[in-house]
Ligand binder design. Structure first.
Ligand code: SF4
Length: 340
């Protein structure tokens, strides 16, 4: 583990390959540092990175492209991961009866009205969005990219849905547009993955990740903090693995327990403890300190559907949680990467 960044003469500029010329870390005397994309934040935020790269805010619009998931038996009706809900986990506010283009146009209309937005990323979010023949995937991704204002794609999937022909296709999109592969891992511990009924182990993630990196893809890894049976140290083990791999991006999810999921049933029986707010804030600060400064932070917490959220209810005030994380980093006089 390296010590916190310190230089004697300053400031030094570290370029970040594959993140654009504007996106650099400035390391100043005394160990304080920031990047142009970091703005005031003690971490390398994805939204600030997008703003620099595209000259204005970029809004992600989630779409349901009609895929399913092998871990749900190839249908949307069977049980999958312990935390999966029938909407495919995380699909809030998607109008799935619409075509991909119509969903994106509807999202654009809202974002333009609210924020005068001009740039958008199409986010293939629910279920496993690489689980299909390459020609089918191509048709769905192209439909999204053809919508005016789309500057790129983000495609969420599982490690076992990335055979070589699909990875080759994704590499083509990486060359064509601004492209992120969002890969669900959640934990590096096989015992946790088995408990979650993930249907893959850590070795499967590593194989998929390496194959994606060999093709030059940007990969954002999804992790869940607060999984049943995991200690603080267990979670930091997973973060240490992400640091070792120097992943391009990380999305941190707080474990949400939703009504209508197998996890929700366990929670109601008192079999699943949930993280308390202060523990989560300390944990996220510990995570940020251990991730390389070059890793883009796509998310620090999540906001589950209010009507179906059983716990933790404190997470509903997302902005308060985000502010508390920044305050904790300020109190520690700390920043992303200082314990990497
Ligand atoms: S991988 Fe995603 S869609 Fe598939 S079962 Fe797990 S949470 Fe649900």
């Amino acid at each position: 583990m390296r010590k916190c960044l310190q230089i004697i003469a300053g400031p030094k500029v570290i370029s970040m390959p594959d993140r654009g010329d504007q996106d650099r870390l400035l390391v100043t005397a005394g160990g304080t540092w920031h990047s142009r994309s970091m703005s005031e934040k003690p971490y390398h935020s994805f939204s600030a990175h997008l703003k620099q790269r595209f000259g204005g805010r970029v809004h992600k619009i989630s779409v349901d492209a009609g895929f399913s998931c092998p871990n749900r038996g190839g249908t949307r009706h069977e049980a999958g991961c312990l935390f999966c809900d029938p909407d495919g986990s995380g699909a809030v506010g998607i109008e799935r009866h619409l075509s991909i283009a119509e969903q994106l146009e509807a999202g654009k209309e809202i974002m333009t009205r609210k924020y005068k937005a001009k740039h958008f990323l199409a986010y293939f979010q629910p279920f496993s969005n690489t689980w299909g023949a390459p020609e089918l995937l191509r048709a769905r991704y192209d439909e999204a990219l053809d919508v005016t204002g789309m500057v790129g794609l983000a495609v969420g999937t599982r490690p076992d849905c990335l055979p070589p022909p699909v990875l080759d296709l994704l590499a083509e999109y990486h060359r064509r547009t601004y492209f992120w592969l969002e890969l669900g891992l959640q934990s590096c511990h096989d015992r946790t993955l088995a408990r979650l009924r993930r249907g893959h182990d850590y070795a499967a993630f590593l194989a998929a990740y390496q194959a994606a990196k060999e093709r030059g893809l940007r990969v954002c890894v999804h992790l869940i903090l607060g999984l049943p049976g995991e200690s603080h140290a267990d979670m930091l083990d997973t973060v240490a693995e992400m640091a070792r791999l120097q992943v391009d991006g990380v999305k941190l999810h707080l474990l949400h327990i939703l009504e209508g999921t197998a996890l929700g049933d366990l929670y109601r029986r008192g079999e699943v403890p949930v993280l308390q707010r202060d523990a989560y804030i300390q944990l996220v600060a510990d995570v940020l300190e251990r991730l390389p400064a070059t890793t883009l932070i796509h998310r620090l917490t999540g906001d589950g559907p209010r009507q179906r959220l059983l716990a933790p209810l404190w997470s509903l005030d997302k902005w308060e949680v985000l502010n508390a994380i920044e305050n904790e980093m300020a109190l520690r006089n700390s920043h992303q990467g200082c314990r990497f």
